[in-house]
Design a protein around this ligand. Structure first.
Ligand SMILES: Nc1ncnc2c1ncn2[C@@H]1O[C@H](COP(=O)(O)OP(=O)(O)OP(=O)(O)O)[C@@H](O)[C@H]1O
Ligand SMILES: [Mg+2]
Length: 219
């Protein structure tokens, strides 16, 4: 499956979630390639740290692609079991062509007005991509949600997002946890360390990769 993490807002957690999903897949024994289409190269540097610090951990392959990535992504999908694409936080040729190449798009968003506003245009891009790729499934995914149970921003955001035509609300959401920043610096994923992030990432991956993986245990 080809899965894309993209959107039109910077800093929403795209690279964090892409690297963590790739880690979960690798730990589940999948042959996974992470496609870094962002010129900032954050995902590529994360893989470089992983290879340097943890050479014996499950391997995650990396491929850097820019411009029209459609053909490269489809080629990678013939060589690897799973393709995870990380796109930069703006409207770009990379984002648009990756949307046409992918099976599933997740748009991570913080539960704040500036992030939510961008989804209107993302939804239009999805509509456009669907004229070339009608089978794409597209979701909004709340990221960096406050851990304080009294903060209702997430529920409010979910109500607004549920009105969007082209984006379905993901059931699972990702909370704001220091663990995500720590593993990013270390070249790891939250499923490789103890803590609450591990369980929520497991649930997100089960939602993405479907029923057959519901009982999957990370090694
Ligand atoms: N769930 C989270 N909990 C805590 N910190 C997070 C979480 N997700 C992301 N961050 C932090 O927020 C910052 C932005 O995250 P990230 O780089 O994943 O966003 P991005 O959407 O890929 O950004 P860009 O648009 O620049 O590519 C990073 O410092 C990251 O460590
Ligand atoms: Mg990024």
């Amino acid at each position: 499956m080809i899965i894309l993490f993209g959107g039109e807002k910077g800093g929403t957690g795209k690279t964090t979630i892409a690297t963590n999903v790739a880690t979960w897949l690798a730990n589940y024994g999948k042959d996974v390639v992470l496609v870094d289409t962002d010129k900032q190269g954050t995902a590529s540097r994360w893989v470089a740290r992983r290879n340097e610090y943890y050479p014996d951990h499950p391997k995650i392959h990396i491929s850097r692609q820019t411009g029209n990535v459609f053909q490269a992504v489809r080629d990678l999908a013939t060589r690897y079991e799973e393709v995870v694409i990380d796109a930069g936080g703006h409207d770009s040729e990379e984002l648009r062509t990756a949307m046409v190449a992918c099976d599933k798009l997740y748009v991570p968003l913080r539960a704040s007005q500036p992030d939510i506003e961008t989804t209107v245009h993302v939804s239009e891009l999805v509509k456009l991509a669907k004229s070339f790729n009608p089978s794409i499934n597209s979701y909004a995914l709340i990221s960096q949600a406050p851990t304080n149970p009294f903060v209702t921003e997430r529920q409010e955001a979910e109500e607004v997002l549920s009105e969007l035509e082209e984006l379905v609300m993901a059931k699972q959401f990702i909370r704001d946890r220091k663990a995500y920043r720590d593993v990013m610096a270390d070249g790891l994923g939250v499923v490789e360390v103890s803590g609450k992030g591990r369980a929520e990432m497991q649930l997100l991956c089960q939602e993405i990769y479907g029923e057959e993986l519901l009982n999957a245990e990370v090694t």
